[in-house]
Design a protein around this ligand. Sequence first.
Ligand code: EPS
Length: 385
Amino acid sequence: LRYLTAGESHGQALLTIIEGMPAGLWLTADYIDRQLERRQGGYGRGARQRIERDRVEILSGVRGGFTLGSPIALKIANRDWENWREVMNPGLEARLDERVITRPRPGHADLAGALKYAFYDLRNVLERASARETVARVAAGAVARRFLEELGITLAGQVVQIGEVKATPAEGTPEEIRSQADASPVYCPDPQASAAMVEAIERAEKAGDTLGGIFEVRVYGVPPGLGSYVHWDRRLDGRLAQALMSIPGIKGVEIGLGFALASLPGSRAHDEIFYSPVQGYYRVTNRAGGLEGGVTNGEPIVVRAVMKPIPTLRKPLRSVDMFTKEPVAAAYERADICAVPAACVIGEAVVAWEIAAACLEKFGGDTMAELKESFLRYKTRIRRG
Ligand code: EPS
């Protein structure tokens, strides 16, 4: 299972091509749109989200609501393209002398990207480095999520920190966590923390500043045995970390107790093993976050990621003009104040993708029916021990 994305932030559209999805998966544009809508939400977003209304167009790979096994091509148009046609035009008529940016923002890809690709206009970097690209990833993740639902595997994401406001993570079923998170303007199920997060974002906005935070994604119903310890690049924890780390702005990832494990003795850091004929093997704690040796152990997967504050600041940091080499204030264009809620939705998407890919590796099949059969056979064997 693999996917590619293409598209610039103010270009015509974002594109996703998915290859390797079995035939016979029920998939509609509405289902993908629901995730695209969630990604656009969250208190603290900027004016761009008032322009866009992300909707997917399924161009190929699906017929009459079912996947065909052929590559699935998805397109999400940028409404803002209307305002950027002349500047972003792929043809010779592009107005390359307009909206040129030469003052790199500290923390953005601007400077490193311009040096790497020998660009004098930072727009050439930021158009692709922009988190707008995550629209295409959320679309891919929605397909993976639909696939996982067929196996009874569900996801729930929640924001657990924005700035200095920390929430108590919600426990309970994935449906409960999801509905509580979706009821909060910052996707945080803890009502007090949610209100304090909104206030913190308002304060940051007034101060011309931005805020980062932490989100958590849990995956329920995962069978033991996804991923493998036999080779470094088959370890599922490593793949999840790569997927999460590749979301723009993410600076740290942890699994289970993560960094807190540094201060715990071994006697309180692991999950003791029990067995019952009904449940099979089980644990009463989940400090490992569902992964041991790079392999799922049957407990829910729990991952967290930290997002740095948005680097585009109304009160800009010091920088250097790449044309004059003079000290200047970094460039400012409209931007988000806080995108942690959106990042949470993107986190769910990339985690769903990795779990779906691991399921396909283990259970295979050209059709959903084949895959489910092999999945159920495996689950029966696992239960017997
Ligand atoms: C982004 C800058 C802003 C954000 C954008 C990410 O875009 P614009 O410059 O058009 O206002 O809104 O995120 C999105 C467009 C999105 O849909 O998430 C950046 O520089 O990364």
